[in-house]
Ligand binder design. Structure first.
Ligand SMILES: [Zn+2]
Ligand SMILES: [Zn+2]
Length: 296
């Protein structure tokens, strides 16, 4: 009864129970009924509209608009007061509808003026500002997803959807991770960028909960691993998901002359024993078992 676009919106916000959320969408999803239903659910919404699909609200035509100055905006509201429609004359006419905001507090935006060949300041209604801000988040998300999109050769839309969902989830997680980092005062340089974050998530998935890979000669890969050899002076800590997965953490003797510093927190011992999976040295002594404690 609402049409496809509005139905999608209503379906997606079924689980939005707290009030006070703001929702923005473009004219594909807009309808008058939708704004009313959302208002009843106490969800603040705004979107661009096509006036012929919106029971033709009495806003000025584009032709009339040409006579007005750029930045002019007009506001009309429905008889029940539920819905406000704003037409704004930017480069061309833009029409938006909302259940909570109209022209509101206007601000100024810079626009290039062809006639005078210089930048001019144009008034912008609040509904447009909020709409751009809300939709800007979507654009940013799209942009971030496109940076390191999972490459898939298959043309099957189902697979593409699944991988897209994965891409979305990673980007959203990274945004939250970055926000948490900022809020907790972590220095910028310690916050992983999107690529490193992705690699880390991937490595976590690849290694957590799985046995270590033996190479073809049957020897543990860490034995001859050039990576491990290179890292021996500054052993990297494994990811927590790997460290605590309780799978295949086996001790091995490093066969070196000198023991290496134990990597368990607050331990100053040295050890020849290391964990094959985590690739860190840990000590086992009388009354002290860092190897076990490290993995709990
Ligand atoms: Zn381990
Ligand atoms: Zn130790």
């Amino acid at each position: 009864m609402y049409g496809l676009g509005p139905s999608v919106i209503l379906h997606l916000c079924k689980r939005v129970s707290l009030t006070g959320h703001e929702l923005y969408y473009d004219n594909y999803f807009s309808s008058y009924n939708l704004l009313q239903v959302l208002k009843a659910k106490k969800i603040f919404a705004a979107g661009t509209i096509r006036i012929n699909r919106f029971s033709n609200p009495p806003v000025i035509s584009d032709k009339e608009g040409k006579k007005r100055e750029r930045g002019y905006s007009q506001e009309v509201s429905s008889l029940d007061g539920d819905v406000v429609v704003v037409k704004w004359l930017d480069n061309r006419g833009v029409v938006l509808a909302s259940n909570y905001i109209g022209i509101g507090e206007e601000d100024k935006v810079k626009r290039w003026d062809k006639k005078s060949s210089k930048y001019i300041e144009v008034s912008r209604p609040e509904i447009v500002k909020r709409y751009n801000h809300g939709m800007g988040g979507v654009d940013l998300l799209d942009q971030l997803v496109s940076l390191y999109r999972i490459f898939i050769r298959s043309k099957k839309w189902t697979l593409r959807m699944i991988f897209h969902a994965l891409d979305l989830a990673i980007v959203n997680s990274w945004l939250e991770y970055r926000e948490d980092g900022k809020n907790s005062g972590t220095p910028q340089s310690n916050i992983l960028d999107l690529l490193d974050f992705r690699l880390r998530v991937a490595e976590g998935f690849v290694r957590a909960g799985k046995p270590i890979q033996e190479n073809k000669s049957g020897r543990p890969s860490s034995d001859s691993s050039p990576v491990f050899a290179k890292r021996q002076n500054c052993e990297k800590r494994p990811f927590r998901e790997v460290q605590l997965d309780s799978v295949d953490h086996l001790p091995e003797h490093d066969g070196k002359k000198e023991p290496t510093r134990c990597k368990q927190v607050n331990c100053t011992q040295r050890s020849h024993i290391f964990c094959k999976k985590c690739e860190v040295h840990l000590c086992i002594n009388r009354g002290r078992n860092c190897f076990v404690n490290f993995h709990k």
